[in-house]
Ligand binder design. Structure first.
Ligand code: 5GP
Length: 170
């Protein structure tokens, strides 16, 4: 494994994204909706960087087996509270083909939030199979399989405080 994004760079960028979200919210309450499990660490750090009225909830979807995206998405755990009339920001670890996010955004729009935005720590633009709006992106990266800071390889490496590339895995 080789380090791709150091801990200090991650923290600095998460802080900047949190400040941007705070500015855009203009004092209105926001709901951060973390996509489990990969986003939990980003979500925790991001939430601490947001000033103002912010709450959180989590959703779990299954879309991924091994190191390739299947595009088949199932909800494993739904949100706990209604989204109607709320300013919702989906918090994702990484947008790869975009299929998971595209599906999630479609489902969540049917629940009539007053606004639906998305924050992704990482994006692999070269892998996109569908156009998907992402309002806040931490880092754009190349087509490499990455782990750490919540992201796993067969449930391992989520604990790393930095992002690393697993050589030979993508
Ligand atoms: P997409 O539907 O955009 O292809 O895939 C999104 C999901 O695939 C992410 O939420 C993440 O769980 C998984 N994924 C995509 N690329 C990577 C990667 O490089 N590393 C890890 N650990 N998961 C990835």
């Amino acid at each position: 494994m080789t380090t791709l994004i150091e801990e200090a760079a991650l923290q600095a960028r998460v802080k900047a994204v949190g400040q941007e979200i705070s500015r855009d919210a203009q004092g209105e309450p926001i709901l951060l909706l973390g996509v489990l499990k990969g986003a939990f660490m980003f979500m925790a750090d991001l939430m601490r960087q947001i000033d103002g009225d912010v709450t959180c909830d989590f959703i779990s979807v299954s879309s991924y087996v091994g190191t390739t995206s299947s595009g088949e998405v199932q909800i494993r755990k739904d949100v706990d509270s209604p989204l109607e009339g709320r300013r919702v920001i989906i918090v994702e670890d990484i947008v790869d083909t975009g299929l998971t996010l595209h599906y999630l955004q479609g489902i969540l729009e049917t629940r009539h939030p007053s606004s639906l935005k998305t924050a992704c720590l990482l994006s692999k633009p070269s892998r996109r199979k569908t156009t998907v709006p992402v309002d806040y992106i931490g880092f754009e990266i190349e087509d490499k399989f990455v782990v750490g800071y919540g992201l796993d390889f067969n449930e391992q490496f989520r604990n790393l405080p930095y992002i690393a590339v697993v050589e030979g895995a993508s």
